[in-house]
Design a protein around this ligand. Structure first.
Ligand code: ADP
Length: 542
């Protein structure tokens, strides 16, 4: 027997429509210089219609790629809906990538129109001669500034010339809505194309109370850039719910974030750990009222346990640890305690919360050993994490490398090595390429660096593998002391701190004090750069 339900396609337009009808007064705020620009979902819906008309006038058709080169702001949010709802494909570009990689991805995606923030014009002007498919540039401001780009239009002038009504096409849920490219890989970035259905289901997934758990009452601040996996899907879920959004624009210094949290009474925010480590250092010195925060979602790289503890104990702010990937729209797992775990001793609660957590509804996950068998849930045996689900890519966009990452039976190989404990909580041991292979044993660099970051005098730490004549590889720790301890922190102190926590073989062979850990284009520790820098580092012998 067949079901008797409507054939209702899961597309993005109903999210926008719902916000327009139910939440026209709810605000979308953008920090622009010293001031805050305020709009709302009523205006958003109107402007998205005008923008779609403008895109059509620029010649954008179904399936065409519309690129953005922009920070987190209202106009970017408008593009998040105008392009996909008219059947085009939104393509936010990671503006921190090296120029040659940006050129590669624009040409590979065959972007037709490129939207650029006025402050980012010089970068795009430099690249423009190499962009082969871009037919029009739009500067995301009030008026057209002086520029060498051509043909070029002003965003607001385009919108003023159009009507808010747009004849939205009936799209299929498997039509492409957006695309992003991965960073941090060797070789050219790989493209991932998201369907309307994937984003729709992912948004419902994020809204689940045991997931991000966002609600209409929330005031959400996406610190994660809108070019980093669609700001982790948060502009969509906020629109779907009618939740107020506060965009920091290019203002991402700890002080900017603290001021915004205080002034707008932010309830939930999200970003990579390096940002929150920076904010923590500020909050430990200066007073800000961040009591409105009920959740700080941290992902993209491992959240150090010491940071989770500090926010909880000093500021009563729950850090919620999550794991995801560009290939996964991006949410995979989230660390929320189960009901009966909340009565565990605090120490054990933090141990669970520092793991990457359990798979979100919608994500199936397994750890697989070298023989292809699923590893037991014993919290010890390591395996490669593989996933599948409705918001996980099945291949890379026009890329020969796809077969390396997708199994014949339909799973995505994440390249992360994990353990799974008896409660189903995963722990990322390392990215495969970061593991230290020491005399037939694998050493987790994440585990050591997280422990070092627990030392009260340490700001940041990254551990890398360095070649070793006897053991093949050994760990080297690169440590950034907090400014007050720059001249006083010693290796000896750190070894004394690590010795009770690790077996001798896991201790780094040497500890170097450095100025700062290099960061990737999305703000993660860039261990590739460190590895290259210390490739020939002579570890002490004996
Ligand atoms: P990029 O490759 O550009 O960094 P992604 O943001 O897609 O792109 O990176 C995904 C990878 O980031 C994951 O495979 C994993 O190694 C790492 N990662 C993401 N979240 C976490 C986390 N909570 N803990 C540890 N590693 C994480």
């Amino acid at each position: 027997m067949q079901g008797l339900m409507m054939d209702y396609q899961l597309t993005l337009l109903p999210m926008l429509e719902r916000a327009r009808r139910l939440y026209p007064k709810k605000e979308i705020v953008t920090k622009a210089g010293p001031s805050l620009e305020r709009s709302n979902y009523g205006e958003l819906a109107d402007r998205v219609g005008r923008l779609a008309n403008a895109l059509a006038r620029l010649g954008v058709k179904r399936g065409d790629r519309v690129a953005t080169f922009a920070w987190n702001n209202l106009r970017h949010h408008e593009l998040y809906f105008a392009a996909p709802c008219m059947g085009a494909v939104l393509h936010p570009i990671n503006l921190r990538l090296p120029g040659d990689q940006i050129v590669y991805i624009v040409n590979h995606a065959e972007d037709q129109v490129l939207f650029v923030d006025p402050t980012l014009l010089p970068a795009v002007e430099k690249l423009a001669p190499h962009l082969k498919t871009v037919k029009a540039y739009v500067v995301m401001g009030d008026q057209l500034p002086q520029t060498t780009l051509t043909p070029v239009y002003s965003y607001e002038e385009l919108l003023r010339a159009e009507q808010p009504d747009y004849a939205w096409p009936a799209l299929g849920e498997n039509d492409a809505a957006a695309m992003c490219y991965t960073s941090g890989t060797t070789g050219n970035p790989k493209g991932v194309v998201y369907s309307h259905r994937a984003i729709y289901l992912h948004s419902m997934g994020l809204a689940m109370a045991d997931s991000f758990g966002l609600v209409e009452r929330d005031v959400f601040m996406p610190v994660v850039p809108m070019f980093h996996v669609l700001a982790w899907g948060t502009p969509f879920v906020c629109t779907m719910l009618g939740a107020k959004v506060v965009y920091p624009g290019p203002h991402l210094q700890p002080r900017d974030l603290a001021e915004l949290i205080q002034a707008e009474r932010i309830t939930v925010t999200a970003g990579v750990p390096t940002l929150w480590l920076g904010l923590l250092a500020l909050l430990e010195k200066e007073r800000y009222d961040i009591s409105s925060l009920r959740g700080m979602i941290v992902g993209g790289a491992a959240a150090p346990r010491s940071m989770i503890e500090a926010y909880q104990q000093k500021f009563n702010v729950p850090v919620i640890h999550a794991w995801g990937m560009t290939e996964m729209t991006p949410l995979g797992t989230i660390s929320r305690l189960k009901s009966y775990q909340t009565s565990l001793p605090e120490e054990q609660q933090f141990a669970f919360r520092a793991k990457q957590g359990t798979p979100n509804m919608g994500v199936e996950l397994r750890g697989v050993d070298e023989t292809g068998r699923e590893v037991p849930w014993d919290g010890k045996t390591i395996g490669e994490m593989q996933v599948r689900g409705p918001w996980i890519a099945r291949e890379y966009y026009r890329d020969e490398r796809s077969p390396l990452s997708f199994t014949a039976d339909g799973w995505f190989r994440t390249g992360d090595v994990i353990t799974v404990d008896s409660e189903g909580f995963i722990q990322i041991v390392d990215r495969t390429k970061d593991l230290v292979k020491s005399g037939g044993e694998w050493i987790s660099t994440q585990e050591i660096e997280n422990a070092i970051m627990g030392h009260p005098k340490v700001a940041e730490a990254a551990v890398i593998a360095v070649a070793h004549p006897k053991w093949q590889e050994r760990p080297l720790a690169c440590v950034v002391p907090k400014p007050d301890y720059k001249d006083s922190l010693t290796k000896q102190e750190l070894y004394d701190y690590l010795r009770p926590r690790f077996d001798k073989m896991y201790l780094p062979d040497d500890i170097l004090f450095i100025e700062a850990v290099p960061k990737t284009s999305v703000g993660k520790f860039d261990k590739k750069v460190l590895r290259a820098q210390y490739k020939d580092y002579a570890l002490p012998t004996g």
